[in-house]
Design a protein around this ligand. Structure first.
Ligand SMILES: Nc1ccn([C@@H]2O[C@H](COP(=O)(O)OP(=O)(O)OP(=O)(O)O)[C@@H](O)[C@H]2O)c(=O)n1
Ligand SMILES: C[C@](O)(CO)[C@H](O)COP(=O)(O)O
Length: 384
């Protein structure tokens, strides 16, 4: 399968939308615009890695927007979009992707269908872009009057992600450096590469003005529904000197054995989040037989489930974890576990609850054979 990397340009200053911070970091439904973009791409199964091109002044804003998504280290952009793309492509040369999808950080509604159509077209063409046909009648203005009516037949509105065979577009950007071309298809065209037009999406708008941001915000208003789901997991004790619980290494005279690092709390929580979007369970996404997950930190499973919720435009409202065991005592670690879960999910600690109970000596937890955990997650998801 082709190795597909997404390159997201987010180094612009957003001059057409004056504000205290650049538009890609402005708030959209409780999160930075860029967070929506990155969460959608990071969750897309076709894409193996995401690199973002940022302005050197924006590092802190970026770190907050990208937290927990497992992206490549960002790189610095240049004075124009074209410069930023070229610098981003240069930074990917060591990774040698087969295909690169170049996307505007300011297009937060990118969807898997559009990504899939672009990638599919690259099987037969060196370049492909999503676009929509122009439907309005076009006028050329002259001194406030109509100078001419422009024939709209064959005219398209270009969107991103724009996909290319990596070596071709890197060479094209090097050759066209210093010109002022507004998209990567124009860079490719200037080098004689053919670029396919595939169907874009009316929702895949670029946030350019304050009005665009208001319209984007309106899409989120009043169209949410609340979903709640539970998760449950058990792991047995084995000889050892400590165990992972809620992303925290807890000293104990035994360990837990099982899938990955056997973090029973993060596994139950991951399943509860997956349940809110009907996305199966942890074993479906990370099969226990796959050697990649042997001993793996469960942080990544939880982060993945959260990114799937985000990719659907969802927000985690609250999570609640109940650890069931006689020992170890959870109380001394409760604050650290709560903080770690909040960090992995990118939500405030006030939205995370961690509780513990014994079973009064009854059953397998009472006999100290293992730990059970149940979790509940509540998310707000766009309707439809
Ligand atoms: N020097 C630049 C200019 C633009 N971009 C990125 O390219 C995308 C599309 O550009 P545009 O919408 O024009 O963004 P800005 O340049 O920030 O906006 P403006 O033209 O209003 O200043 C944005 O995600 C933007 O951050 C970039 O990475 N580097
Ligand atoms: C790449 C782009 O999003 C395609 O529509 C566009 O060209 C970005 O630049 P603009 O200056 O905001 O038009």
């Amino acid at each position: 399968m082709a190795k597909v990397v997404a390159l997201v340009v987010a180094a612009g200053r957003g001059h057409r939308m004056a504000g205290a911070i650049p538009k890609q970091y402005r708030d959209l439904a409780g999160r930075p615009v860029l967070r929506h973009t990155l969460a959608a791409l990071a969750a897309d199964p076709v894409i193996s890695a995401v690199r973002v091109v940022i302005h050197p002044d924006d590092r802190e804003l970026y770190d907050r927007a990208a937290a927990g998504l497992g992206l490549l280290e960002p790189t610095h952009g240049g004075a124009t979009r074209q410069d930023s793309v070229r610098l981003g492509l240069e930074s990917l040369a060591d990774l040698s992707p087969d295909l690169v999808l170049i996307h505007d950080g300011a297009r937060p509604f990118v969807d898997p269908g559009t990504v899939g159509r672009v990638v599919a077209a690259l099987a037969t063409q060196p370049g492909a872009i999503p676009a929509l046909p122009v439907v309005d009648t076009l006028k050329r203005g002259q001194d406030g009057l109509i100078g001419a009516t422009v024939d709209r037949s064959g005219l398209w509105r270009a969107q991103t992600p724009q996909g290319f065979r990596f070596a071709d577009i890197l060479a094209a950007h090097r050759a066209q450096a210093g010109r002022e071309l507004t998209d990567d298809a124009a860079v490719a065209e200037a080098c004689g590469l053919s670029v396919a037009l595939v169907e874009g999406s009316e929702d895949n708008v670029k946030i350019t003005t304050n009005a665009d941001l208001e319209r984007a915000e309106a899409r989120f208003q009043g169209i949410f529904e609340t979903r709640m789901a539970t998760g449950f997991d058990v792991h047995r004790f084995a000889p050892g000197t400590g165990l992972w619980l809620g992303g925290v290494l807890v000293p104990h005279d035994q360990t837990l054995e099982g899938h990955s690092d056997a973090d029973v709390a993060l596994h139950a929580l991951t399943d509860s989040l997956l349940g809110t979007i009907g996305a199966g369970d942890i074993g479906h996404h990370f099969p226990p037989g796959d050697p990649r997950w042997k001993g793996a930190s469960s942080d990544r499973f939880l982060a993945h489930a959260a990114s799937l919720v985000e990719a659907k435009g969802g927000r985690i409202v609250h999570v609640d974890v109940t650890v069931i065991c006689e020992r170890p005592k959870v109380g001394p670690h409760r604050a650290a576990i709560r903080a770690r879960i909040a960090e992995i999910l990118g939500i405030s600690q006030s939205r995370v609850s961690v509780k513990a109970t014994t079973t009064e000596g009854l059953g397998f937890t009472g006999r100290r054979e293992g730990i059970a955990c149940q979790a509940a997650a509540t998310v707000a998801l766009p309707v439809g």
